[in-house]
Design a protein around this ligand. Structure first.
Ligand code: FAD
Length: 408
């Protein structure tokens, strides 16, 4: 009897976790993973943390060793891309010219770095950071006394800045918004990150836009800003966000917008295809809206739900978005979703100056929509309970660390 074939397109965290989940859930058919990179699936967060700090190597954050794939009969095709998806015939075409027919399909194609058309981008010394190979190439440039200019004060730009400073590299960051992380955290907490980086010697220029990467003899020499000022550098990192790889899904006629549209069970507009990780724009049954999250925890946790759907046992994915960062001595976890425009104020519990606090974002009805614990740990469950309760809180009690979060 023919074994059913479940195909996974992608080779990141979501793809690896989906392969694991299928075997954990006793699927004993064929699993084929078509993975665009030449390395086995690995975690990306360490790239801008332990790896750039020189404290970790690829094997430390490779998700499963080669033997695991052999032991679990996962047919991994590295360095291979799926170029098209024919849904009518349930067939994938690969860039080596071969085809693969599937019974169920999981799309886990993740994101790529955005590459805005800044003049000078093709010069030597201009970098983007998405993969292990990108991080390795950048790492060679972060030497003592080198000068790094970063375009964009998002998570990647700030984490690289922190590592570069610890290696003695001079760092300038140019950001269009009024604070770093403006779209993710809003101006109040964005300012905390601004102050931190400035204190560490970063030349942070906000409300500023890059007109061009300056080039001499084919090599990047810095940035020219719209106000006519310049930044001198021998290396430029363009870190202005990620673009989801949705083209395969879109060209196959699946419903897409900014991501691949999936229902609360992570199933696309084709019942035989699921989508997970960065690309999944999923209906969230608690938030009652679509959410697409480009964060590690999402790629870690969604696959178990998607595997259930592939095996005919659908179950909604209802976790709150979660992410974390480490920069210098600041470590934090963030839970929920507060974007400029969907919260009305921020309440701080703890010591902002000492970087030991919890920030809560409240909506206009004084309900907590997100919380971020900075250098204070083991609060995730309490913050989650507060958000999920949907109850109105007393903001004075919320700011008072002597009152338990369950009592505010
Ligand atoms: C440097 C860095 C640091 C990060 N740090 C944090 C952090 O601290 N905290 C946090 O919460 N999140 C962090 N993230 C985000 C997190 O890593 C991502 O959300 C996560 O990697 C998404 O996983 P994914 O499997 O959906 O996609 P990806 O990790 O992007 O993997 C997708 C894979 O699919 C492959 N692929 C794409 N198209 C095809 C195709 N057609 N055929 C075959 N293969 C294909 C790609 O080559 C890639 O290998 C970081 C990301 C980066 C880049």
């Amino acid at each position: 009897m023919n074994q059913p074939v479940f195909a996974i397109v992608g080779g990141g965290l979501a793809a690896a976790k989906l392969a694991e989940a299928l075997r954990d859930q006793q699927f004993d058919g064929t699993v084929v993973m078509i993975a665009g990179e030449s390395h086995l699936p690995y975690d990306r967060p360490p790239l801008t943390k332990g790896y750039l700090a020189g404290k970790k190597q690829l094997s430390d954050f490779t998700l499963n060793p080669e033997q695991w794939y052999a032991d679990n009969s996962i047919d991994v095709r590295l360095n291979t891309k799926v170029t098209s998806l024919d849904r009518a015939n349930k067939t994938l075409t690969l860039d080596d010219g071969s085809t693969l027919t599937y019974d169920k399909l999981a799309l886990a194609t993740g994101s790529r770095s955005k590459r805005p058309p800044i003049p000078g981008s093709d010069a030597e010394g201009v970098f983007y950071l998405r993969t292990y190979d990108d991080a390795s190439a950048l790492s060679e440039r972060l030497t003592d006394g080198a000068r790094l200019a970063i375009v964009g004060a998002g998570w990647i730009g700030l984490e690289v800045a922190a590592q570069a400073r610890s290696r003695g590299t001079e760092v300038a960051i140019v950001e269009g918004a009024q604070t770093p992380l403006y779209a993710a955290l809003g101006p109040e907490l964005g300012q905390v990150f601004a102050d931190l980086h400035i204190a560490k010697g970063v030349d942070l220029r906000t409300n500023a836009s890059v007109e061009a990467i300056t080039v001499d003899g084919g090599k990047a020499t810095g940035l020219r800003l719209a106000d006519g000022s310049t930044v001198e550098a021998d290396t430029v990192l363009v870190a202005v966000g990620a673009a989801p790889n949705i083209e395969l899904a879109r060209d196959a006629g699946l419903d897409v917008d900014g991501g691949v549209l999936v229902d609360e069970n992570l199933v696309t507009s084709d019942a035989d295809i699921v989508a997970v990780g960065d690309i999944a724009d999923a209906w969230h049954p608690v938030l009652n809206r679509r959410v697409r999250v480009e964060h590690w925890a999402n790629a870690l946790n969604q696959p178990a739900t998607a595997a259930k759907a592939m095996l005919g046992k659908p179950e909604p994915y209802a976790r709150q978005p979660y992410f974390y960062t480490d920069q210098y001595e600041l470590g934090m976890e963030y839970l929920g979703l507060a974007e400029p425009g969907n919260y009305s104020r921020v309440v701080i519990r703890g010591d902002l100056e000492a970087l030991e606090f919890v920030a809560f974002w409240l909506d206009s009805d004084s309900r907590v929509v997100a919380g971020m614990n900075v250098n204070i740990w083991d609060l995730t469950d309490d913050i989650k309970a507060l958000i999920n309760s949907g109850r109105t809180v007393d903001s004075a009690a919320l700011a008072d660390s002597t009152i338990a979060l369950s009592d505010v």
